[in-house]
Design a protein. Structure first.
Lengths: 442, 323, 277
């Protein structure tokens, strides 16, 4: 028995080694063929269809590699630093865009032969601006703009506010005080203004638009940001929210119909069964419509509309550029160009996906034709383009994503009553200092 | 025997060649980073001992240190307790529990899934409104209102400990049983004849003879536990919330390196962690070995006693017959 | 009386074991059931009854990744890793357990020390090394380091020191056997239960290894299963939870089978060792 097992093991070992060898052998031969393939790396499969179009148009092969967003920087960093196995084109999310732009990872597109500075008037200003490094050179471009708004339920608006017209509802939500009034009215009828306190963070961030960190590495704490602590607390204390934090199951469920307020225990606790509520509105950007609301709000489809909040804001976005060490820069730039500066392609793309483009020649042509069934026929396209214009360029820093997250967690500790406001603010400064020792906090 | 001793080198050579190349070299490279300010881009900038000065006064690191011990400690006590209890049950000749293979296989199942899937699963199940764990506990009347597991520091630490226990008790049980398999059945037979009860058998035979394996379990669990990372990372989106209760040492390290790009400081945290692990492993080793030596002697003594008792028993019986 | 009490005890033990078994198995059941359901049903809650979306989920998943190619890659890597790690660890453990060469304790302690280095940070150095050696985008960085598996060596050495009697070796030497032959004919068979046990863990560890293949493999056709799963999470499949669960299920079922195969092997050796009789 033991002898047999030993023999089996030896055989398997040999087989494994042979398989391993043959595999590495075949990989070297494949490498030779691979040189005329354009390699594209991204963190979503958004580019899948465009790549097909590009392949057909140019008769080349494009290889798309998708890396989950959480691992994207981990995977890219060693590759970009060393240049081994690097892609020709790669995308960057807003979270790490600024970091990468100020390194030499992306080719300088302001220089010859690209000269994309000539295109600057064709784009939504803040989007084009975000692709520039500290010296003003364009390193990456984006085909989309991602401003946000407030998506609300028409039927509830009609019942409580007497109108479901986006402009009128928008003016009822145009300041914090007015928003609280709406919250009060909703509460009286058993509805909740927002799913949770985090929903308002975008408004506090862009109420007084200033970068988090200035050129002297000083943290800028605006009054608007300090007020955010109180605003979030007020939302909680006045019962304007439904305890459904973003991305949680209750958040998704609340889009589709009534949810149990403060726990989902109606089948357990008979008395609580009357305690259901519906959430009135969600602060979401352009992509929120397609990838959050539509798949999760099937029951309430058509009952939605989008309007403005107390301040304009944007959330997310994907940029792309040519890898500076690419051996295939011409083709790589062709791809970037198609994605961001090709009228025919972008027109088809926008019509097919509903993605709100940053390329104005196309948007100006097509924007009036949009009518979104999910939003009761509203033209969200023009709405978002108007919002995009209001966004101040030049306030995004490479620290934003992390500092916003740190602020959010301290605000929620204050809202939960675990810290006083003073403590929460001090803890926030301490956390920023710990993450970025070079930043001077107040 | 002596003349053959040098042959040992041949046996361990392949291991150490590969070990030096693939393990030691990367680690030494990391050591250099501890003296630098390095953002993972470009060239590291030499800053002397500044990182070490910082870590000694870093309250976040201290917090992470305490959290890691709490979470690991609870988990290890539970996991070892369950595994030892099961090992005692299955090694007990009187119970003759059937289905060892089946149970062992099933108990090990939680360890087969990747930790990221485990985290996805539990983040759904621990959701305080829609999670099945709260729903279940309320249905059977164990709790009156939903527990917001991942919002209170204590509950979240306990949750992570319990998930870890769930994942690892089967592993520990398998390893302990493999150790039990090495114990000669004569010990148990002797104990049985001698009329030693279950608890005595367990404490005087199974436990002392399992010492080398227990040492293995303890050390590897300690090393793994101090490097606890994936679960807190995935359950809290890397923040270690609530109130930093799930901020473990390696999560802190990871955030410093990959979130905030402080590679130099992250490397320093890695070496601090290394130092901590070495110190605690050394303490464990020392105490276990000292004990093990003592216990082994005790076990031998016990065996001798049992044998002697057996003899005495026989003579007594004979004596009775004679009388 | 006594018998009744014993029966009661035994029943209690079996109930306890069954409860533990159920707790251990439930997530698998959830995963398999969810693989047959639609996303919106999965979000709404769990049920014990399978859904009807299995084929849809499969088609959806296959339209994004070729999971069977990943399967093949994972199998090649994991099997070779398991064998290399099992054999060379046994070799090393034997060397440490049997011979009293100079520096033995220092080397062993050094090995133990190196086990304690947190893995995350070696990553960059590991990448640099493989870049320098030209091993990037091959399976070599995934397979060859398995020759040095300190955890396995540690376990096997602990196991050997309580099972291998020097008299056995002496007898073989008197018979004129060489050291390597002694290892193969005497020590290795004795170690087999422990090697098999460790092999399970090695295999599973390698099968589930994510970050290393993610960093060193570039070509999609060489991706292992966990990397493909990450690929799925980044695609629109992520919004189709059913397909995601199906992918996870497909990657887990084979290790369940491998595990059952190995665990059977240990059982015989254990019953031969102690429980029998």
């Amino acid at each position: 028995m033991k002898k047999m097992l030993g023999m089996v093991l030896t055989l398997v070992l040999l087989a494994g080694l042979i398989a391993g060898c043959s595999n590495s052998a075949s990989s070297t031969t494949e490498k030779g063929k691979d040189s005329d393939v354009l390699k594209v790396w991204s963190f979503t499969d958004e580019l899948k269809e465009p790549i097909k179009t590009f392949e057909e148009k140019n008769g080349v092969k494009v290889e798309l590699t998708i890396i989950p967003i959480a691992d994207y920087p981990t995977k890219l960093k060693p590759v970009l630093e060393s240049g081994v196995g690097a892609p020709d084109v790669f995308t960057g999310e807003i979270a790490f865009l600024k970091q990468w732009i100020n390194r030499d990872y992306w080719e300088n597109l302001s220089a010859d032969p690209y000269n994309v500075d000539e295109w600057s008037d064709d784009y939504v200003p803040y989007v084009f601006d975000l692709g520039k490094d500290n010296e003003g050179n364009v390193k990456a471009l984006s085909w989309q703009t991602t401003p946000g708004g407030i998506f609300y339920r028409r039927s509830i608006a009609k019942e409580v506010l007497g109108t479901d017209d986006p402009a009128e509802v928008g003016s009822m939500m145009s300041s914090w005080e007015k928003m609280y009034e709406v919250g009060d009215k909703l509460k009286a009828e058993g509805y909740r203004l927002f799913p949770d306190e985090g929903s308002v963070r975008w408004f506090s961030k862009s109420e007084d638009p200033q970068p988090w960190v200035n050129e002297n590495d000083e943290l800028i704490m605006t009054q608007a940001k300090l007020d955010y602590f109180d605003q979030a607390k007020e939302l909680r204390e006045k019962d304007y929210t439904a305890f459904a934090p973003e991305w949680s199951p209750s958040w998704f469920a609340s889009m589709n119909g009534p949810v149990a307020y403060n726990g989902g225990w109606e089948e357990v606790d008979e008395k609580a069964s009357g305690d259901k509520t519906e959430v009135f509105s969600y602060a979401l950007p352009t992509w929120g419509l397609h990838s959050v609301l539509k798949p999760n709000a099937e029951e309430t489809a058509g009952d939605w509309a989008v309007t403005t909040g107390p301040a304009p804001y944007f959330w997310g976005g994907t940029w792309l550029g040519v890898y500076s060490g690419s051996k295939n820069k011409d083709l790589a730039f062709e791809f970037v160009k198609m994605m961001t500066h090709d009228e025919e392609f972008l027109t088809d793309w926008a019509k097919e996906t509903g993605d709100v483009l940053s390329y104005l020649p196309v948007t100006n042509k097509i924007k009036d034709d949009f009518s979104e069934e999910f939003l009761g026929g509203q033209n969200n396209y023009t709405f978002f383009l108007e919002e995009a214009k209001k966004i101040e360029p030049g306030i995004v820093t490479e620290y934003d994503q992390q500092i916003d997250t740190l602020l959010g967690s301290k605000v929620s500790e204050y809202v939960e009553g675990k810290l006083t406001k003073e403590e929460a603010v001090q803890e926030f400064y301490k956390a920023v200092k710990n993450a970025y020792p070079n930043i001077k906090t107040p | 025997m002596k003349r053959l001793d040098h042959k040992g080198y041949y046996f361990i050579a392949p291991f150490f060649v590969i070990f030096l190349v693939f393990n030691i070299y990367p680690v030494l490279l990391t050591f250099y980073y501890t003296f630098t300010h390095y953002e993972g881009y470009g060239k590291p900038e030499f800053i002397g001992l500044a990182n070490y000065a910082r870590i000694l006064t870093d309250s976040y690191f201290l917090e992470a240190f305490v959290n890691t011990w709490k979470i690991w400690g609870l988990n290890f006590a539970l996991q070892l307790g369950i595994a030892l209890f099961l090992a005692a049950l299955f090694s007990d000749l009187r119970f003759r529990i059937k289905g060892l293979g089946f149970f062992r296989a099933v108990f090990y199942l939680p360890n087969l899934i990747t930790i990221s899937s485990v985290a996805i699963l539990f983040s759904i199940m621990l959701d305080w409104q829609y999670g099945s764990i709260n729903q279940f506990l309320m249905k059977i009347g164990l709790i009156a209102e939903p527990i917001n597991w991942l919002n209170s520091p204590f509950a979240s630490q306990a949750s992570v400990s319990l998930i870890l226990t769930w994942m690892w008790f089967g592993y520990t049980f398998i390893v302990l049983m493999a150790g039990v398999s090495g114990i000669s059945k004569e010990y148990y037979e002797a104990a049985l004849i001698d009329g030693a009860n279950r608890i005595q058998t367990f404490f005087y035979i199974t436990l002392p003879l399992l010492k080398p394996i227990m040492l293995y379990v303890l050390i590897t669990s300690l090393i793994g536990g101090l490097q606890l990372f994936d679960l807190p990372m995935l359950l809290t989106d890397g923040l270690g919330s609530p109130d930093g209760a799930l901020n473990t040492m390696v999560l802190y390290l990871y955030n410093q390196a990959f979130r905030y790009n402080n590679y130099g400081y992250a490397a320093t945290i890695a070496y601090m962690l290394f130092l901590i692990t070495v110190v605690f492993s050394a303490i464990t080793f020392k105490s276990m070995y000292r004990e093990a030596k003592g216990e082994k002697a005790a076990a031998k003594e016990e065996k001798r006693k049992i044998k002697a008792a057996k003899k005495r028993g026989n003579t007594n019986a004979q004596g009775k017959k004679v009388a | 009386m006594h018998k009744e009490k014993k029966l009661l005890n035994k029943t209690l033990i079996y109930i306890l074991l069954t409860v533990l078994a159920i707790v251990s198995f439930i997530p698998f059941y959830m995963m398999i059931i969810n693989a047959t359901r639609e996303t919106k049903d999965i979000i709404m809650g769990f049920t014990f009854i399978p859904g009807t979306e299995l084929v849809e989920n499969y088609k959806n998943m296959m339209s994004y990744v070729n999971i069977w190619a990943g399967f093949k890659n994972s199998l090649i890597v994991s099997v070779t890793v398991t064998i290399l790690s099992g054999y060379f660890s046994a070799l090393t453990a034997f060397g440490f357990a049997v011979y009293n060469f100079k520096g033995k304790n220092q080397l062993f302690i050094f090995m133990l020390l190196m086990m304690m280095v947190p893995g995350q940070l070696g990553l960059i150095g590991f990448y640099e090394l493989n870049k320098a050696l030209g091993f990037l985008d091959t399976f070599i960085p995934l397979i060859v380091p398995a020759i040095a598996s300190p955890f396995v060596v540690f376990f096997l050495k602990q196991y050997l020191s309580s099972t291998l009697h020097p008299s056995l070796l002496e007898a073989a030497r008197i018979d004129g056997a060489g050291e390597l032959k002694i290892f193969h004919t005497i020590a290795l068979p004795i170690m087999m239960p422990a090697v098999a046990t460790m092999s399970i863990f090695t295999f599973i560890g390698s099968w589930n290894n994510y970050i290393l293949p993610l960093v060193v493999i570039f070509s999609p056709e060489k991706y292992t299963l966990p990397v493909l799963m990450g690929f799925l999470k980044g695609s629109q499949v992520a919004q189709n939870l059913g397909s995601l669960y199906l992918g996870i299920a497909i990657s887990v079922v084979p290790i369940m089978i491998a595990f059952l195969f190995f665990s059977k092997y240990i059982i015989t050796s254990i019953s031969a060792g102690s429980v029998k009789g």
